[in-house]
Design a protein around this ligand. Sequence first.
Ligand code: GLY
Ligand code: MN
Ligand code: MN
Length: 468
Amino acid sequence: MPTTAHLRQRRSQFLERITEPVLLMAGGEVPRNYPANVSPYRADSNFLFFFADPEPGSAALFDPRDRSVTLFLRERTAEDALWHGAVPDFATMQHQHGVEHVEPVEQLVASVQRRAGGAAVRTIAVADPQATALANQATGAQVAFLDSGKVADPAVIQAIGGLRVVKHSEELEEMRRTAVVTAEAHHAAMAHTRVGVTEQELCGIVTGVFARHGCVPAYNNILSVRGEVLHNHHYTNTLRDGDIVLLDAGAENGSGFCSDVTRSWPASGAFTAEAGAIYDVVLAAEKGAIAAVRPGVRYRDLHLRAARILAEGLVDLGLLHGDPDGLIESGAHAVFFPHGVGHLIGIDVHDMETFGDAIAYPAGRTRSTQFGTAYLRLDMDLLPGMTFTIEPGIYFVPAILGNSAFREQFGDQVGWGRAEQFLAANGGRGFGGIRIEDDVACTADGAEVLTASIAKERAEVEALVGSA
Ligand code: GLY
Ligand code: MN
Ligand code: MN
């Protein structure tokens, strides 16, 4: 957990960047069926950025005029103490968090209006609709969580986004910790892989490792032999000889910081010559993009570098035809690599995606309209301390390879017949997909791969598979 001194420094930096009071909401517990049966609590990311272990339902008013922070907490009641355990009183919480004031959240609307004294108060929408409604009531704003254009005032987004985008050493340390847990989970899944094991069992092993370290999955684990389904959340298959297992899973700890890692390995423990060749191309693209990381480099160029290496490999394999630069220009590479090479990561696995592209695409840059590159979630120039994923892949997707519009658009740039062999491979089940994903911090002169301890060399992976 980041120290109080660090969190106070972050709050102080935020106060320096805003000109009007800002109300942040932690959000409350969200029921999973009847009101008293709630989903595990997870505070809003902007709140977690400033407060360790936030209480459900809390809020905070940042006032730049007197540089004060008022924390709003639920009143302590005897009933709560009975059912949920006693929590420290307001004076203790004020000292613990190092804030100027603590007030009851039950009086949030009146307190915010009294403290604002007529000044405009800004706020940011959160996933909990009740908390967002309360923030709107207290501030008169009309923010909405599900509409990135209405999630907050643009100046507030830039004020907080500018802080969150460059990780402090304490924040990087949180991410290094989740990387260690994520490594154990990936290695355990590889070690327990055998023909005949179910995806569900391996998925349980991954989540179990996270839980044993006090972590949760930062997003729904993807563990599938159908790796070509990019966000596959089903675990219904039994592993068979010839299958490639794709695991995309990362741990999130109590601070909210997380990992996002993908590895792909053969169910049998040995890559076929063809799967090994695809694996080597993906690994070369991943390493090539990581090798290009340094301050000032445009993230989009990392995407294009990975795409270029993939295109060269796909030409060698007879899956694309022509000059790699021409293939990138036309977008033919996206038939096999239909997504962006990665995204910001931090306290959100897709960091600050709540704000749409407001942080990830700086002024003057907009999304490409080309298939594939349109899914690139980040187009900033890299800064030291920025953290992001690098995650190229090659997939054999029936919905793409069978699409007549793509066949017409890319014509003989794609080896359609060769690709069909991959769709028919593996006893008709299809090849699936291979992705390799690491979390990377830009340093003063290069890259730190936060998740470097997770096996990805082909021989290393093969040695781990089935070793439990
Ligand atoms: N795990 C989702 C992603 O890699 O972006
Ligand atoms: Mn990712
Ligand atoms: Mn991922």
